[in-house]
Design a protein around this ligand. Structure first.
Ligand SMILES: C[S@@+](CC[C@H](N)C(=O)[O-])C[C@H]1O[C@@H](n2cnc3c(N)ncnc32)[C@H](O)[C@@H]1O
Length: 342
């Protein structure tokens, strides 16, 4: 098993403590990568789950024809480097050097080792940068940020958004799908809209519909699907039991922006209203209720089974999406399909 032997009682406890720090918002205070085993444990479990979210996001971005800029890849707050590993797997021809940045030397070394060991490696090489000068960031750089928001105070966040990201060519930022993280990413989106296009999750380039009056209680989030091994590997069952984590729930929120115009929002052959589902589909007495992000805002829409049987059935099964093109009648969804449908 990658990541050393199966954890013992004390190691499960160490993972539990790490998790407390992340959930309690105290992880930003000091470096918690106390030794290599902590990095191994994190990588085996927490980073693996984060990787499943990255896989979902990158799959989505590929379907939106997002392409990295061809320049350096910068993994900010890289930890064990799961974001750059997933990215290099999804975009093996991305090109450019991979720059790993973290306040922890130990973490950067670990991330470099794991990244170098990936299939295909990194043809243009890997660099470690504990100190980063945002002004030196090349305009074709793609920046990756993953699960760092809860460790950033407002000053650091301002530096990342206005100093670093504003100089980059593109960025992909993945966070846990909580209300707080989603709202902070929405604010970052608003600040960068003058310089970037949105590649995802929004199916439009307008102001975020969740900023509108009446939408304050909602947030932008989705659910990734864990691979089968999460339910068949006894070590994952142990992880779930020891830490009280439901392996089925993998909520994430993300933001991807690029300087170059992405593809048209909906394939030209598609008709209907481009939309992306937010959160879970709800069952209602007559069918389904969805929160639909569209260019005109975020709408709570109804799908009546008798009006859109096939679509309702697919959505109930969790199939398709998250991008759709709706056929609307009197505000209800009466047909349509995913962008991937023939
Ligand atoms: C929760 S971990 C996430 C690691 C990795 N990005 C992932 O998704 O698994 C947060 C990382 O941010 C790093 N970090 C926190 N504050 C930082 C700062 N001010 N500068 C650089 N790295 C920082 C931590 O050392 C840690 O590796």
């Amino acid at each position: 098993m990658r990541g050393g032997p199966e954890p013992g009682v004390a190691e499960w406890a160490r993972l539990g403590e790490l998790r407390e720090r992340f959930l309690g918002g105290t992880a930003g205070g000091a470096d918690y990568w106390i030794d290599r085993r902590t990095l191994e444990l994190y990588d085996r479990f927490f980073a693996a789950r984060i990787g499943w979210k990255w896989d979902a996001v990158l799959q989505e971005l590929k379907s939106r024809r997002f392409r990295p800029g061809g320049g350096p890849l910068l993994d900010w707050g890289c930890g064990t480097g799961i974001a750059s590993r997933c990215f290099m797997r999804a975009f093996p021809q991305a090109g450019g050097v991979v720059v790993l940045h973290d306040r922890s030397d130990e973490a950067m070394r670990f991330a470099e080792e794991r990244l170098a060991g990936c299939a295909g490696g990194v043809p243009d090489g890997i660099r470690r940068a504990r100190v980063l000068d945002p002004e030196a960031v090349a305009p074709e750089t793609t920046v990756l940020l993953s699960h760092v928001l809860s460790e950033l105070d407002d000053r650091l966040l301002d530096g990342i958004v206005d100093g670093l990201l504003r100089r980059a060519g593109a960025f992909v930022w993945v966070e846990p799908g909580t209300y707080a993280e989603s709202r902070r990413l929405i604010a970052a989106r608003g600040r960068l809209m003058d310089a970037f296009y949105v590649a995802g999750p929004c199916p439009h380039q307008e102001t975020c519909g969740l900023c509108a009056e009446g939408r304050e209680r909602h947030w932008c989030h989705s659910f990734a699907r864990p691979p089968v091994e999460a339910f068949t590997d006894p070590v994952w069952a142990g992880f779930s039991k020891q830490l009280g984590i439901d392996l089925r729930a993998l909520p994430y929120t993300y933001l991807a922006m690029c300087r170059d115009k992405p593809r048209p929002d909906t394939p030209p052959e598609k008709t209907g209203t481009p939309a992306r589902l937010l959160g879970r589909v709800r069952e209602t007495p007559g069918g389904l209720g969805v929160l639909s992000c569209e260019a005109t805002g975020v709408h709570e829409r109804e799908i009546r089974v008798r009006e859109a049987k096939r679509l309702a059935k697919a959505l109930k099964k969790g199939g398709g999406g998250p991008y759709f093109h709706w056929k609307l009648r009197e505000g209800r969804i009466v047909g349509g399909g995913t962008d991937a449908d023939p």
